[in-house]
Design a protein around this ligand. Structure first.
Ligand code: SF4
Length: 198
């Protein structure tokens, strides 16, 4: 039987499956259009996300908003979440065991949202969802089709803040994303719209 959003939220909020539960202030499940054709998956909550319980609200989140606007979208039109729902200490990369424990919730989110396209923001979601051996610097921007769902690995917005030379590649990936959404007619009211995230 399929889990409901209410059951999923309740399970995550009370979850102690992995050690990340010990240091969290809030769990961060995700937000946006619960039936969006496009899902964005990041690594895990940072400090601001842990404080607010919302995904991508810090500096990286503000850049993500600009990136979405550049392809004619905003948060209300997509669904945004992370691989792990609790903040890793000092924003370290989640351990494989932590991701494994939390992956069940992400799988349930896939079932509930039923996205047609998934943008993997950074190495962690790309490894968790596409290929554990993926090299984000080499394989970003390359589409992968799995069970009827298109996956696109790209840089995490935080990586663009630390290294602005990655912005050009990121913009190329965003244009590929926009083209795929148009090709699949997933946002017919936005077709052809695009700007520049720089
Ligand atoms: S990170 Fe995921 S598995 Fe670990 S405690 Fe939080 S919700 Fe549970």
């Amino acid at each position: 039987m399929q889990t409901s959003w209410k059951e999923l939220c309740s399970a995550v909020q009370g979850c102690t499956r992995c050690p990340l539960s010990a240091g969290r202030k809030h769990t961060v499940i995700g937000e946006g259009d619960l039936h969006s054709p496009l899902m964005l998956v990041g690594e895990g909550p940072g400090e601001q996300e842990d404080l607010t319980g919302r995904p991508f609200v810090g500096a990286a989140g503000q850049l993500l908003d600009k990136m979405l606007a550049a392809i004619g979208l905003d948060r209300s039109r997509v669904y945004i979440c992370n691989v792990v729902k609790c903040r890793p200490p000092q924003n370290r990369v989640p351990q494989p065991e932590e991701m494994e424990q939390c992956m069940d919730y992400l799988r349930q989110q896939f079932v509930l949202v039923r996205p047609k396209v998934i943008l993997c923001l950074g190495s962690t979601p790309s490894k968790a969802l596409i290929d554990p051996q993926i090299r984000i610097t080499r394989q970003r921007g390359q589409w992968v089709l799995r069970r009827g769902v298109w996956f696109l690995p790209t840089y995490h917005p935080a990586a663009l803040i630390y290294d602005s030379s990655k912005k050009r590649d990121s913009w190329e990936d965003l244009k590929k994303l926009r083209a795929k959404l148009d090709e699949l007619s997933l946002y017919p009211d936005r077709e052809g719209e695009s700007g520049n995230a720089k």
